[in-house]
Design a protein around this ligand. Structure first.
Ligand code: SAH
Ligand code: SF4
Ligand code: F3S
Length: 445
């Protein structure tokens, strides 16, 4: 028998879908009367909401569990949640005796029951994937920050040969339109001014209002909501209707994260990506025709099995052809159970590191060029954190750039600024105010 926990901490790793799930778990535990705390040391229950995408991410979960042991030999109740929990199920309990609960991404609405089971001396595991039942069982959204996540689609049917997501998150499912609209309205009532629609393949969303474009148009009608974003998209699901929305819906921000992974058709085929370098470039061209100022972001994997110098050179070429505003890049990580893990010609760590460094250098060059192209522009930023210097705050531009400004405006404020300087990772801005009369007329004191 263990005492029922009174305090808890949820720690999320990995993608935004996990961050969203982490928030919902915290809301659920809060609704049960548990109090959130900021430190593991103060928590009676620690939920590790894990990521399985690369080897390092999964190993991190187990080393974090080890560190939860306290100096006096005690430890909190520990729930392993997220994609490592889904992938390893009951085996996780064998790997670490410290794990009390194993709960997958589709089962976490059952956390309170499972916590009660632990108090009764059990070590429960639930990695079932009932279609969407968790959403109906979660408490309504209440107080949220100015920028909120909203999961609208889950799972993936694409089966890229390197990726664990189709196994940890299951088949593609779209949440019903009415549920999403209700959640979006309660987020806006709770203080959100920006909503990011989330899904492993968010642009495959379908519902009674059509595709993702229809959903965006419907959400855009909510008063008080000012910015809409969505992520992550698959190039094969980038419909003409969604592209058109980028040119027509004012609240839809000019930013598109569209992972390409490689610029070589041979590698794309081995990855089972279902797009070619050329079809990807054609999509980008259409998006830019609809919204010329759009910021394009991407994901890259270097060192996929069989990747030659020539293949890698083609990846550098597609980076130049697109001119990315930002990008995430990774060394290929062989994941057990995926087809690529058993492919021949695995690439050495040294070559991967060399290619990653070259690729990142190329991306930073384009990032800097993109940021510089915005200097002199008047725009709006949404404050999302404090800056390093006193009196400085950092906000997001429509293109998702970080902009530093001198202001005491609070988090969530929308400010009119002129972008005044640019580095590779952020810009500087100055508040835009109406010119004072004296300076206009040049009146001397
Ligand atoms: N659904 C999204 C995101 C998937 S995970 C998509 O299709 O783009 C985010 C990124 O992690 C992927 O885009 C890919 O670049 C990277 N990734 C996935 N599996 C990986 C692996 N085994 N090794 C290295 N990077 C990987
Ligand atoms: Fe993974 Fe590919 Fe699905 Fe993205 S589209 S989640 S990379 S299988
Ligand atoms: Fe990681 Fe699972 Fe997201 S593996 S990237 S947390 S879907």
């Amino acid at each position: 028998m263990t005492d029922s926990p009174k305090t808890f901490r949820v720690k999320s790793f990995g993608c935004q879908m996990n961050a969203y799930d982490g928030e919902r778990m915290a809301e659920l535990l809060g609704a049960q009367g548990l109090t959130p705390v900021a430190d593991n040391e103060d928590a009676d229950l620690v939920v590790l909401n894990t990521c399985h995408i690369r080897e390092k991410a999964a190993e991190k979960a187990y080393s974090d569990i080890g560190r939860l042991k306290r100096e006096d030999g005690s430890r909190p109740m520990i729930a392993l949640a997220g994609c490592v929990a889904q992938a390893e199920g009951a085996e996780a309990k064998a790997r670490s005796q410290m794990i009390d609960i194993v709960v997958g991404p589709q089962a976490y609405h059952r956390l309170p029951e499972m916590v009660a089971d632990v108090s009764a001396g059990k070590r429960p595991v639930d990695t079932d994937m009932p279609a969407l039942s968790k959403f109906g069982a979660l408490p309504a959204r209440r107080k949220v920050g100015a920028s909120a996540f909203l999961t609208v689609q889950e799972g993936c049917d694409k089966f890229c040969t390197y990726c664990v997501v189709p196994y940890t998150r299951g088949a593609e499912i779209s949440r019903p339109f009415a549920d999403i609209e209700t959640e979006a309205r309660s987020l806006v009532e709770g203080g959100a001014r920006e909503i990011t629609l989330l899904g492993q393949n968010v642009n495959a969303w379908e519902g009674t209002c059509g595709g993702l474009d229809g959903l965006i148009r419907a959400i855009a009608r909510i008063d008080g909501l000012e910015r809409i974003r969505y992520t992550t998209s698959h190039p094969a699901d980038m419909s003409d209707a969604l592209i058109a929305a980028h040119g027509e819906v004012e609240k839809l921000m000019p930013y598109l994260h569209l992972p390409v992974q490689s610029g070589s058709d041979r590698i794309l085929k081995a990855m089972n990506r279902s797009h070619s370098a050329e079809s990807y470039l054609r999509t980008i061209e259409k998006v830019r025709a609809a919204r010329p100022d759009i910021a394009i972001s991407g994901d890259f994997i270097v060192g996929f099995p069989g990747e030659s110098e020539e293949d890698f050179t083609q990846t550098l070429s597609i980076i130049d052809a697109v001119g990315y505003a930002s990008a995430y890049s990774f060394k290929y990580s062989a994941r057990p159970g995926t087809p690529a893990a058993v492919m021949g010609d695995q690439i050495s760590r040294e070559i991967m590191e060399e290619r990653l460094a070259k690729l990142q250098e190329r991306i930073i060059k384009h990032q800097l060029a993109f940021n510089r192209s915005k200097v002199g522009i008047d725009t709006q930023i949404m404050i999302d954190r404090k800056g390093r210097a006193a009196g400085q705050m950092v906000g997001k531009s429509p293109w998702l750039q970080s902009v530093h400004v001198e202001t005491d405006a609070p988090i969530g404020a929308m400010l009119d600024v002129t972008l005044t300087s640019a580095g590779p990772n952020s810009l500087g801005g100055a508040l835009r105010t109406a010119p004072a009369l004296s300076s206009v007329e040049g009146v001397a004191a």
